[in-house]
Ligand binder design. Structure first.
Ligand code: P6P
Length: 335
């Protein structure tokens, strides 16, 4: 039947979502609407990011932007835009965001979904024009509808994700997401205001020769991590570290490779956040045939304790993550 046909490159995101919804006979369309709400916010944030460059130049002569408003940090703007789009969309009852200490209640108490989001990761890279990204996870709430979402709704393990994705605002803007049936990438054509299917059914290479880690912290790497990094050098891998997670992850997803943010002296549990950085990318990489762990545990099986929990992060080509884990296994101290 028609919806089993692979959708052609060039299909719009909207048509893709609609067709894929037909794969779920009992789908009632809320998740589809939620994905559309996220795509809308991504378009708006994309415009703000592109404009901000101009405003920054203007802003260089003072902290006001061209409208005379105080120039807000772009990650604050992105947070406001995504929260507003999710609130107005009506499908989400509660949000946890990298930008907010507390859970955000949208008022949509009938909403069946909870979203964990890093609205603009790597925003320190904006004023040096390095690619940045939005990362999101979608969970079905576990508490009954009709009231606000609870901490239990927001602290589910990554295996409970119903969808996850990221937007990369780079040389072109792309939305990459999964609903548990593979990974698809859409490229934004801003003159039309549409995302078009450009990377259907992404499968990450099972191995690769790129390793991404901040070697500035190598003095505090565990012996296992240090040994793995040395292994990458012995194999003449390429060191590629942009310092913007979504950009490093996206390149490795397409080309093969491994990204590592281990425990360091400065970040005892690693720097990256479980709920809105590690889990969503772990869902995507597993759906693309890759692997993600904290060095010893599958990322998506880690039981979250607090919303902003950090965890060591080893993600990418399956064989490279397993190789890293084999070195970590020799570490004596607990990870
Ligand atoms: P470091 C950006 O601040 C970020 O959260 C990720 O996007 C990036 O991969 C990482 O931190 C970079 O951290 O310690 O290497 O500068």
């Amino acid at each position: 039947d028609h919806n089993k046909l692979a959708l052609p490159v060039g299909t719009t995101l909207d048509r893709f979502i609609m067709r894929k919804q037909e794969d779920f006979p009992y789908a009632t369309g809320e998740l589809s609407q939620l994905l559309r709400d996220i795509a809308l916010a991504a378009k708006i944030v994309n415009r703000e990011i592109n404009r901000s460059g101009l405003i920054d130049i203007a802003g260089a002569y003072g902290s006001q932007n061209v409208q005379g408003e105080d120039q807000q940090k772009l990650d604050v703007i992105a947070n406001i835009r995504f929260i507003r789009a999710l609130r107005n969309g009506g499908e989400v009852c509660t949000i946890i965001s990298e930008e907010d200490d507390e859970m955000i209640q949208t008022g949509n108490n009938q909403g069946k979904y909870v979203v964990a989001i890093d609205p603009l990761d790597g925003s320190s890279n904006i004023d040096v024009n390095v690619s940045i990204g939005t990362i999101f996870s979608i969970y079905r709430r576990v508490s009954p509808t009709g009231r606000e979402g609870t901490a239990a709704d927001c602290l589910q393990p990554g295996t409970h994700q119903v969808a996850a994705g990221y937007v990369i605002y780079g040389s072109s803007t792309m939305l990459v997401y999964t609903t548990g049936n593979g990974v698809n990438g859409f490229t934004y054509e801003h003159s039309l205001g549409e995302f078009f299917l450009s990377h259907p059914d992404i499968i990450t290479p099972k191995t690769g020769n790129i390793y991404s880690i901040n070697e500035g912290s190598s003095d505090s790497f565990s012996p296992g991590v240090a040994a793995f990094v040395q292994h990458c050098k012995d194999q003449q891998f390429s060191a590629r570290y942009i310092g913007s997670l979504v950009a490093d992850f996206h390149r490795n997803l397409l080309k093969g490779g491994i990204y590592v943010y281990p425990a360091t002296a400065k970040n005892k549990s690693g720097k990256l956040r479980l709920m809105y950085e590690c889990n969503p990318l772990a869902f995507i990489v597993e759906q693309a045939g890759g692997k993600s762990s904290n060095g010893t545990r599958r990322t998506m099986e880690i039981e979250p304790k607090i919303p902003h929990e950090r965890c060591p992060f080893f993600i990418g080509s399956k064989e490279l993550v397993e190789k890293a884990e084999s070195f970590i296994a020799t570490d004596t101290e607990a990870c």
